[in-house]
Unconditional design. Structure first.
Length: 250
């Protein structure tokens, strides 16, 4: 069964950096396991962080605008076609890691057949991998419009400002029903020493428990395009034991 992780939060909070830190940790702990990175953010920053400009997306399948790598096989049912098209847009990063980009998704109440067909195809794709990490758009609602899937862990990433912390609490409330049965927690990112007292006061006032905090990395502030940070990875490693994820390779 696939382990599914969602990383959510407002734009600029550091979701992509933390997604890549989780990828690095999982690859280190479980080098033989397969991982799917699911870029569900409208900016497609996760794909861009690998130097990829991925134009073939799930939205392209939905809209009929996808340009296929090969000719479309004849005699397929609509369900078979969607699954075949989904396979066509997966981009391998290495032997064990793939990435796929959703871009726009359809409204949940859309009754057109393609909505349920994409949902079914996404579910079957997800279950092929040992781990799936979703880099999400704001909260879990946008992801749920694409695919109905259980989430083992949802991390809400927030900056260490008063407004951002309170927004993270609201995101947590919005997302709770979509993470039913899984772990939902807040990670405070870009923390400087002088922020700690304010953070502690605001978390106590808002009755928010956090899973961990991550220090500010100057190199990322200077526009590091690959969004990789040893400082961030080390910090995530420090609170990994609190996460609803496998701790050891069995």
């Amino acid at each position: 069964m696939s382990i599914k992780i969602a990383v959510t939060g407002k734009s600029g909070s550091g979701k992509t950096t933390i997604t890549k830190a989780l990828l690095e940790i999982l690859q280190d702990k479980f080098p033989e396991k397969s991982i799917l990175l699911f870029d569900n953010d409208l900016s497609s920053e996760l794909a861009h962080s690998f130097g990829l400009d991925i134009r073939n997306t799930i939205y392209g399948i939905r809209s009929g605008k996808h340009e296929y790598k090969t000719g479309i096989p004849e005699g397929m049912t609509k369900h078979e076609y969607v699954e075949w098209a989904m396979e066509d847009i997966i981009v391998p990063l290495n032997d064990n890691v793939d990435i796929i980009v959703s871009w726009f998704v359809g409204a949940k109440d859309c009754r057109c057949p393609i909505t349920s067909q994409i949902n079914d195809a996404c579910q079957r794709l997800i279950e092929r991998y040992d781990f799936v990490i979703f880099d999400c758009e704001f909260d879990l609602k946008y992801l749920s419009q694409l695919v109905d899937t259980d989430i083992n862990l949802a991390l809400i990433v927030t900056n260490p400002s008063i407004d951002s912390i309170h927004l993270a609490k609201r995101i947590s409330e919005f997302s709770a029903k979509y993470a039913a049965g899984g772990q939902l927690g807040i990670v405070v990112n870009k923390v400087k020493n002088e922020d700690m007292n304010i953070i502690a006061e605001q978390l106590a006032e808002a009755e928010i428990d956090i899973l961990g905090s991550i220090p500010f990395d100057e190199s990322l502030a200077n526009g590091k395009l690959d969004r990789k940070s040893k400082l961030v990875s080390d910090a995530v490693e420090q609170f990994y034991f609190r996460l609803n994820l496998p701790q050891e390779n069995n």
